[in-house]
Design a protein around this ligand. Sequence first.
Ligand code: ADP
Length: 395
Amino acid sequence: MSIPILVLNCGSSSVKYQMIDVESEEVLASGLVEKIGLADGNLTHKTGGDEHRIDQTITDHTAALQLVSQAFDTWGPALHSVVAVGHRTVHGGDTFRDTTLITDAVIDGLIRLSPLAPLHNPPAIAGIRAAQSMLPDVPHVAVFDTAFFSTLPAEAYTYAINREVAEKYGIRKYGFHGTSHSFVSKAAAAFMGADLAEVNQIVCHLGNGASISAVAGGIAIEASMGLTPLAGLVMGTRSGDVDPGVFAYLEREAGMTSQQIDDLLNKKSGMAGLADGSSDFRDLWAKMDAGDEHAQLAHDVYVHRLISYIGAYMAILGRTEYLVFTAGVGENANRTRAIVIDRLAGFGIRLDAEANNSRIKSPTIISTPDSAVTVLVVPTNEELAMARETYRVTR
Ligand code: ADP
């Protein structure tokens, strides 16, 4: 029996969707609506090995989901076959610690949390409302990026800033990319034939956004992203950690507004900011091979930050069984992985160069049998994880 679930990921100007049969885990259809609010909007819809496209102006998320509905009606499969809809929701704050069935009260809660994620939560709410009117008879579920990290201990999530101010404004570490960290840590243990509760792991989710987590016996105990997804590792366009004093300094000395500084750190920094616009690791490596010093320094900073976190998380975990790489960079940038792992030789971690250079499409061990920690590449699949979560709370 097929159990089709629709998963939706609504960004400010895009909607990604997949219809997944959670029984067979087959993707029945997938698609992307781009440039919502711009003149040259478009939709691509893939199903049964074919790709279809619609070009038209798409004014808002309601129009985007009407177009998605039209695509399913035209090219299939039937949208009304879905038994539930899962919505990627970035920030659950302190309110939502697990995947949650959406009610009016839940939407009110999400609206209250919007100041914590002004770029992410409002489009998700718009998407939820539009999808509810498109599919009013099935349950809708919010799957939170923060939920997996709701287990962080207070010593890990508390910032050493004034307690009254922190409490009043909800300032603490929340952690993001949780759906991926959860999926990948479970998949790594399953692949190794280990009991999840018995192994400690460090998971490096290295995509355009990048984050690292420490997972002890399946429970997240540390995460690099913070109040917002800006903290931690160096990312495609985000700075990751900087001295918080940078903010006031730029305000004073450069006369920048808080919005401009937020933009600088989120959109014009990271690898792109250091390497003259190159945030894609394929471009970076091409530039490094050509002797580009900016690209080289960007990569050195990226690796330095990453191994600093890995070392810190090994100390926090006390004992680490697996070091796991995932997402676009983690799954594909074998040269970057090799440098990171070689830098960890002092911990007895050893790279299997041949495995590391193989084409990896499924969980793969890339360390030698005598390595002190087993290093793995485990492809993430956030859509499948969302579909499973949606099914879990609605079945
Ligand atoms: P997002 O955070 O947008 O989901 P992804 O996880 O898809 O990002 O990662 C995208 C990044 O993965 C690209 O910017 C690029 O740096 C990296 N990447 C993708 N494919 C390759 C490849 N074959 N070699 C090296 N890096 C790659």
